[in-house]
Write a protein that binds this ligand. Structure first.
Ligand SMILES: [Zn+2]
Length: 181
């Protein structure tokens, strides 16, 4: 029986999953993923805590508040302040207050999409040869080099399966990435 290869959601190397739900190639990668998730959760908690302390009607916020609320680097904020792109008032040493609405427009809070990659990684595919193209077929059909095909397969986390010397990828996924233009 041929095993289905997946791409590790952390190191991006192909691996043979132990179960259909495996998305990491090894213990080190799954530990890394766990730590990353914890850091993200903590940041999100901090953001919510700070947000709940600032009433909606408050127009000016401090630099540390802006850093946590909008995930912007301190140096970036100060650069925008110096260049006059973010209106600021100075209430004294270390008491700069900056215009919240402006920062909000410049740095909209991004949705956390880190969980999405895992979601797509566990999506199940029929990887029977009749549902798949070989890499050679893809490059011929869409006029792209083999190496570009592999690059796109990695970029879009498309599952592949190797049988003998041929590597197969599901037609549905390949058609959807190349026919979308
Ligand atoms: Zn890995």
């Amino acid at each position: 029986m041929t095993k289905i290869q997946k791409q590790c959601a952390i190191c991006e190397k192909p691996f043979i999953p132990k179960t259909v739900n495996s998305i990491y190639c090894c213990k080190i990668c799954s530990d890394t993923a766990y730590r990353k998730r914890k850091v993200q959760l903590k940041k999100e908690e901090q953001r919510k805590a700070v947000a709940s302390r600032i009433p909606d009607e408050r127009k000016y916020i401090s630099v540390p508040e802006a850093i946590i609320l909008f995930g912007v680097a301190k140096s970036t904020l100060y650069r925008h302040i110096r260049q006059g792109r973010i209106p600021a008032i100075n209430l004294g040493t270390r008491l700069v207050r900056i215009d919240r609405a402006t920062i909000e427009k410049m740095f909209p809070i991004r949705e956390d999409t880190s969980g999405m990659k895992e979601f797509s990684a566990v999506k199940l595919y029929r990887l029977e040869p009749e549902d798949c193209y070989t890499i050679g077929e893809i490059s011929k059909k869409f006029g792209i080099s083999d190496s570009s095909v592999y690059k796109h397969i990695r970029k879009f986390s498309i599952p592949i399966r190797q049988i003998g010397k041929y590597v197969y990828a599901p037609k549905s996924e390949i058609d959807s990435i190349y026919n979308s233009e």
